[in-house]
Design a protein around this ligand. Structure first.
Ligand SMILES: Cc1ncc(C[n+]2csc(CCOP(=O)(O)OP(=O)(O)O)c2C)c(N)n1
Ligand code: SF4
Length: 301
C-alpha cells in the first residue's frame, strides 16, 4: 500500500464545515480522516454519542455518507444487519462501518460486538475513545483512566485502570486490530485503508481527546494527543493476522528514545487535579510496564 502524506492526501471532503461538536473536539478531526479514507463508499451506523450530534438532526447533516442511528447497545448488531442487507441486494461496493464511543463499545455495546466478531461478520468497527460518556457530561466508562475525576467518580477519581479493549478484540481472533490517535491523522487514514482491503471484523480504536471533559484548553487538542503518545499513555500499533507492529509516533519513540514522564501529560488536564502521589506512581508504573510489553511484542525490547 503506498504511503499517504500531507501532500498526496485526497482533498475530497465528506465531513462538511459546520457541526455541533465542541471546538477543539478530536472526534471531528478523526472522523474527517476516517471519511476521507472511506472515500464515500460506506454506510456508517452510529449509536447515541457525540458522533450522533456531529451527524446532526434530520433533515440537516454535515456528513455526506448515509448513516443509521441505532439504539445504544446495538451498533454492532446494526452493522451485521446492514452487511446482510447489502449482500441480499448484491451491493459489493459499500463498506459497512460501525462507529461508537468508549461507553458504547467497552460497556454497553460489547455483547453485540463480541457476537459479531465470533461470527466473523464482515464490517469495520471503530471505537473513538474520549475516556468517558461525554455526550451526557462525562460519566465514568470502562475506558476512563485511574485517577480521572468524572461525574460518577467526583472526589478521588476512578479507582480502576481501563480495560484493554484491543486485547479483548484480539482474543476474538479478528484479522485486524489497531490503535490510532486523532493527532496522527495520516496513520489513522492508512489504518482505515488497510482495514478496507481486508474482510471479517476489523477493529480500530481511536484515541480522541475531549477538551471540556478532560479539562484542557480547546486549542491544545493536538498537543495533548501527541503528549499521550510521547509518554506511552496512547500507543500506536496494529495487529494484522496476528503480526504486531508499532506505528507512527510510537514506532519513532521505540527506536529513538524513551517515554516522557507521565506527570507532564496528567498535569495539563483538570480531571487529574486531585490525583495523589501514590496514584501517580501507580499510573507511571502501569504505563511503563505496558510499554515494555509492547516493545517486547515488537521485538524491540
Ligand atoms: C439505552 C440508553 N441509555 C442512555 C442513553 C443516554 N446517552 C446518550 S449518549 C450517552 C453517552 C455515550 O457515551 P459514549 O458511548 O462514550 O460516547 P460519547 O458520548 O463519549 O461520544 C448516553 C449515556 C441513551 N441514549 N440510551
Ligand atoms: S464533549 Fe468532548 S467528545 Fe463530545 S463533542 Fe465535546 S469535545 Fe467532543
Amino acid at each position: 500500500m503506498s504511503q499517504v502524506n500531507a501532500v498526496n492526501l485526497t482533498d475530497k471532503e465528506y465531513l462538511l464545515p459546520g457541526n455541533r461538536l465542541c471546538p477543539g473536539c478530536a472526534l471531528s478531526l478523526a472522523y474527517r480522516h476516517i471519511l476521507k479514507a472511506l472515500d464515500g463508499q460506506a454506510i456508517v451506523t452510529v449509536p447515541a454519542s457525540c458522533l450522533t450530534v456531529l451527524h446532526g438532526m434530520y433533515p440537516v447533516t454535515s456528513v455526506t455518507v448515509p448513516c443509521v442511528n441505532t439504539p445504544f447497545a446495538s451498533v454492532a448488531a446494526s452493522a451485521t444487519g446492514l452487511v446482510a442487507g447489502l449482500k441480499a441486494v448484491g451491493r459489493k461496493d459499500l463498506t459497512v462501518v460501525a462507529i461508537a464511543g468508549d461507553g458504547g463499545t467497552h460497556d454497553i455495546g460489547i455483547q453485540a460486538l463480541s457476537g459479531a466478531a465470533e461470527r466473523r461478520d464482515d464490517f469495520i468497527y471503530i471505537c473513538y475513545d474520549n475516556e468517558g460518556y461525554m455526550n451526557t457530561g462525562n460519566q465514568r466508562s470502562g475506558s476512563s483512566p485511574m485517577g480521572a475525576v468524572t461525574g460518577t467518580t467526583p472526589i478521588l477519581g476512578k479507582q480502576q485502570h481501563p480495560e484493554d479493549i484491543v486485547a479483548i478484540m484480539e482474543a476474538h481472533g479478528v484479522p485486524y486490530a489497531a490503535t490510532a490517535n486523532a493527532s496522527y491523522p495520516l496513520d489513522l487514514y492508512q489504518k482505515v485503508r488497510k482495514a478496507m482491503s481486508m474482510s471479517g471484523l476489523r477493529f480500530i480504536h481511536v484515541y480522541s481527546p475531549c477538551p471540556p471533559g478532560w479539562g484542557f484548553p480547546f486549542s491544545d487538542t493536538i498537543k495533548i494527543g501527541e503528549l499521550a503518545v510521547q509518554t506511552g499513555w496512547s500507543v500506536l500499533y496494529e495487529v494484522e493476522n496476528g503480526v504486531f507492529r508499532l506505528t507512527a509516533g510510537s514506532e519513532a519513540l521505540a527506536r529513538k528514545g524513551s517515554p516522557a514522564p507521565l506527570k507532564d501529560f496528567l498535569a495539563k488536564q483538570g480531571r487529574f487535579n486531585t490525583i495523589t502521589e501514590e496514584t501517580l506512581r501507580e499510573l507511571q508504573d502501569w504505563v511503563t510496564a505496558r510499554w515494555q510489553r509492547y516493545l517486547a511484542r515488537a521485538g524491540l525490547a
